[in-house]
Design a protein around this ligand. Structure first.
Ligand code: T46
Length: 133
């Protein structure tokens, strides 16, 4: 599946750590940054795929699960470390769930927001990827 966990370079310090994302670590030019916060633990976010957009998700605080589907296989990745980034390429269905209290999901995105880039229906997603093979 076209997803990858990235180790974010960090500078460890007894007084507190710094994690740094710069060119070379992020495999695309960042055009947008957003974050999900104040998320009720029962929330389910995502439930869509993107035609073009590539993104990196980071659990800046707390934890959550990311369910990933490519139309054939499914995988669940628990995000719970602020020095790990989950690179999700285009054409991957994602669902975010099991948010811990205080969880914050930071997202680095390769494109500005465009609702036309979303596929928000799973059947349409499967039809879309099969038609692009
Ligand atoms: C993703 C997951 C991790 C905007 O107007 N601009 C934006 O940049 C974003 C991200 C959203 N919106 C609007 C669109 C909807 O009216 O905010 C509303 C909620 O968006 P959505 O239902 O897409 O939120 P999530 O949390 O389900 O998904 C978001 C991203 O859209 C998505 O790309 O991978 O976070």
């Amino acid at each position: 599946m076209n997803v990858k966990l990235i180790d974010i370079p960090k500078i460890l310090n007894r007084e507190g750590n710094i994690a740094v994302l710069e060119n070379g670590v992020v495999p695309f030019d960042i055009k947008r940054v957003y974050y999900l916060y104040d998320i009720p633990s029962t929330s389910k976010r995502g439930g869509h795929a993107h035609k073009k957009l590539n993104q990196i998700l980071i659990a800046i605080s707390g934890s959550f699960d990311v369910v990933l589907k490519d139309g054939k296989n499914q995988q669940v990745i628990t995000m719970n470390k602020p020095d790990k980034g989950l690179l999700i390429s285009n054409n991957i269905w994602r669902e975010l769930e099991n948010f811990s209290s205080g969880a914050v999901c930071l997202v680095l995105a390769s494109e500005v927001y465009d609702e036309d880039d979303y596929i928000r229906n799973y059947k349409s997603f499967v039809a879309y990827i099969n038609s692009n093979k």
